[in-house]
Design a protein around this ligand. Sequence first.
Ligand code: NAI
Length: 298
Amino acid sequence: MAADIGFEGRVAIITGSGGGLGRSHALELARRGARVVVNDLGGSMDGTGASTGPAAKVVDEIKALGGEAVADTNSVATPEGGAAIVQSALDAFGRIDIVINNAGILRDKAFHNLEPDMLNAVLDVHLKGAFYVTRPAFIKMREQGYGRIINTSSNSGLLGNFGQSNYGAAKLGLVGFTRVLALEGAKFNIKTNAIAPVAYTRMTEELMGDLGKSLQPELVTPIVAWLAHEDCPVSGEVYSAGGGVVARFFVGLTEGYVNKNLTVEDVRDNFDQIRDESGYHVLRHNGNELKKLLRQLS
Ligand code: NAI
């Protein structure tokens, strides 16, 4: 059997790791030898308020396991906050190898009732927060020729969920972010992937009720740890994880219909062929779509 997965010498930032999924990721990486920055603003689920308690508590838990960690209570939602979080890692441990963008809030409302502040707050934490934390880390990762980035997407964005137009947009935005960073980081051994978790946390307990109790955050963490490891073989991919089930989400493109004199009637009359999923393509970047187009047109 291959050796156990270890993170000796690695430094990880895990945002929003004062509870829920982030806490589970932090404990597991620390248990396996990573030095961890436990970042958490410590606010309520809608992003209001702040407290130093949750981050400090997880640091205590890590130390009790014999691990190394520091608490950081900056918000991911501003460029200054993101820079300060990365600086915490550099000050405490002198490097940064892993960023897990996990911090999140909810402001759910049916779309017709959704006010701009509910959009802005959610985009700021999930989508812009990932930019703000990752960018200063990515610059260091390029210099050192190594990095692992994991973004937390959601099936609410990949598949849709009622009342979450703000959250779904932010979460699918993170998939685009993931795919571009995968391309830009490839030369520097920086691998970026995303997860779409399903777990029983304060965010979902009301929704899931007792049924959710088998969906412990600890069952999402193994795929996150693998994507954070130096042996991770993939970049730019999205993995679904919940309750011990791990699967891959991907974007498929149908072979489609070709007609160099295309009219709207052609689209109507060939719509089944346009939508036909047999022989679909899974493309790695937009250049591959261009290649497919050129092949079909030649
Ligand atoms: P959670 O509410 O326990 O964790 C989110 C953490 O982020 C909290 O501890 C919160 O204090 C922290 N946070 C919020 N705003 C912050 C900010 N501006 N700066 C720093 N920290 C901040 O909920 P959970 O479920 O553990 O969520 C973790 C991530 O997983 C989130 O991104 C969430 O959207 C995502 N997710 C969770 C799912 C689930 O089934 N639990 C499903 C799909 C996605």
